[in-house]
Design a binder for this molecule. Structure first.
Ligand SMILES: [Mn+2]
Length: 396
């Protein structure tokens, strides 16, 4: 059995205001050709099909056009998709009566029967005698009762696995949209944290026995989880932020023969490159020199997106204008100016703190440092204690 595992398409995404529909269309064309060339039996889409719960008509048209084309071109192809945290679970599942006719199954919502989780609705038979445990992104209370969210999610997979095994399915594969513990998050990536924010990772021990392959979505970097080759993130096909520019975007081909499973990452050569200059934040004059070295010409559909990292050393309102002037006639599309300042606090590594780092800083640490800077001595313990109480009170 040959499977393509993909996730995190984020159809309809705009990148700092730029439309990405052409990039997405090229990806879907490429995916069609991969599925045909490699005689794929099963396509798994592990969530975040769309970028928002309310995708544009164009994004939806692109998705349904793809489903129609790929099922028409590949007789016998089965498609199973689950909802991610960015998708509207109910919306993507709504066309199921029609999609089922084309051998497309969408698992968006956790269904209940007599107030019990309807596990059978998430067990999708696949070619041969196998099945796929198609688990959508689980919101709070969408899982069996447990002492925490992460334990509840793990319990959901274990319960599904037991049920599928009792029913005699083999092989059993699983698919889900979650943040696994032991997985690597792209540094500073905000799209991956959008909903999960601060929640602990899910232990994937449930996949140790019996489940031959676990196809995950949510993290945008292709990787195995917890050193297990058969628990993987396929990664996103397009970089969704500048933090992802070195992620080697693509899809994962999985081949199952008997009890053997092998995989191969197939790189998608993204049509629009992301450029982030300078390598680290630099004062404006250095930035302008690097901009001057960029190629000139008319911008087109595939013109790279540019991020500029400026180190602000003095308050200078002309910076934006100087950057705009320097960029005139350059074949880049300015997406983001990331300004970091050394006017304020150092991040402890001898470079200024970025806004994201600032957001992650504990308030108490910040207050202690400011106290030390002003009073030239450590904050007395009784003040620290008092502040801790106030902060805890505010955090509720
Ligand atoms: Mn995503």
């Amino acid at each position: 059995m040959k499977i393509i595992h993909t996730a995190d398409w984020h159809l309809g995404q705009t990148f700092y205001g730029y439309d990405r529909s052409k990039e997405h269309a090229l990806f879907l064309d490429w995916l069609c050709s991969i599925i045909k060339e490699r005689s794929i039996d099963l396509l798994l889409i592990a969530g975040d099909i769309f970028d928002t719960p309310n995708p544009s008509a164009e994004a939806q048209r692109m998705y349904y056009h793809f489903l129609k084309r790929v099922t028409q071109e590949n007789e016998g192809l089965q498609i199973i998709a689950t909802a991610g945290n960015h998708d509207s679970a109910a919306r993507i599942e709504a066309p199921s009566p029609l999609l089922n006719v084309f051998n497309v199954h969408v698992s968006g919502v956790v269904h209940y029967r007599n107030e019990e989780i309807d596990y059978d609705s998430m067990i999708i038979p696949i070619v041969g005698n196998g099945c796929c445990l198609a688990v959508p992104y689980l919101r709070h209370n969408d899982h069996p009762e447990a002492e925490s969210y992460s334990k509840g999610v793990a319990k959901m997979y274990s319960a599904l696995y037991e049920r599928a095994r009792e029913k005699g399915y083999s092989p059993i594969i699983a698919m889900g949209h979650l943040q696994a513990s032991g997985a690597e998050v792209s540094v500073g990536d905000t799209s991956e944290h959008a909903v999960i924010g601060g929640m602990e990772g899910i232990e994937t021990g449930f996949a140790d026995e019996g489940i031959i392959y676990t196809a995950l979505g949510h993290l945008h970097k292709a990787q195995r989880v917890g050193r297990k080759e058969n628990i993987r993130y396929s990664g996103a096909p397009l970089p969704m932020s500048f933090a992802e520019l070195r992620n080697n975007q693509g899809v994962t081909e999985v081949t199952i023969v008997g009890n053997n499973v092998s995989h191969e990452h197939i790189t998608f050569d993204t049509p629009v490159k992301l450029l982030s200059i300078p390598a680290k934040p630099q004062p404006i004059d250095t930035v302008l020199e690097e901009i001057a070295a960029l190629p000139s010409g008319e911008p087109g559909d595939n013109t790279p997106f540019l991020e500029i990292k400026v180190l602000v050393t003095t308050i200078d309102p002309s910076i934006r204008q100087r950057i705009d002037d320097a960029l005139r006639n350059k074949t880049v599309r300015l997406a983001n100016i990331a300004a970091t300042s050394n006017i304020g606090r150092d991040n402890g590594e001898g470079r200024p703190m970025t806004y994201d780092e600032f957001k992650r800083t504990e308030p108490l640490d910040l207050i202690k440092e400011i106290y030390k800077r002003g009073k030239k001595k450590d904050m007395p313990e009784h003040i620290e204690k008092l502040l801790t109480e106030v902060i805890n009170e505010l955090k509720g």
